[in-house]
Design a protein around this ligand. Structure first.
Ligand code: 5GP
Ligand code: ZN
Length: 123
């Protein structure tokens, strides 16, 4: 039994607000949005995180990013842009261990350094 949260969303065991789906990926809204537009792009196949990406998954990763960009445009963020984020493993504070790209947009976001901390302590 797979206990991965996002695998369970892919399987339809946990509901999500889907934006796009095809054979290899799913795009859905984040349950706790941190911007007016905040969605997640995931491969249907389980990959733990970007550090575990295999060379054979490179084309898939490219398609995830391309579809993230298309979706951001479709949701009205072409002019303003936004932030594409991939957290990986513990130092990146990844909380769901299934590769995902966040897109945040729809408003002018806080500075990139705001949520990072290290620079504040070390400069
Ligand atoms: P991470 O911190 O791993 O980069 O991001 C995980 C994201 O998944 C968080 O932004 C969190 O709000 C979102 N999330 C966690 N559980 C669920 C869920 O059950 N449904 C949806 N749609 N998003 C979730
Ligand atoms: Zn998974």
């Amino acid at each position: 039994m797979n206990n991965c949260l996002f695998c369970r969303i892919v399987a339809g065991e946990i509901p999500s607000k889907k934006i796009y789906e095809d054979d290899e990926m799913l795009i859905f809204y984040d349950i706790k949005p941190m911007a007016p537009v905040h969605f997640l792009v995931i491969p249907k196949k389980h990959i733990d995180n970007l550090m575990e990406l295999e060379k054979t998954d490179a084309a898939l990763a490219g398609r995830l990013f391309f579809k993230a960009q298309e979706t951001a445009k479709e949701l009205g963020c072409e002019d303003g842009g936004g932030r594409f984020v991939v957290n990986a493993k513990k130092d990146g504070r990844q909380t769901v261990n299934h590769l995902h790209i966040h897109f945040l947009g729809g408003c002018k976001l806080g500075g990139f350094g705001a949520g990072i901390g290290w620079q504040l302590k070390n400069t």
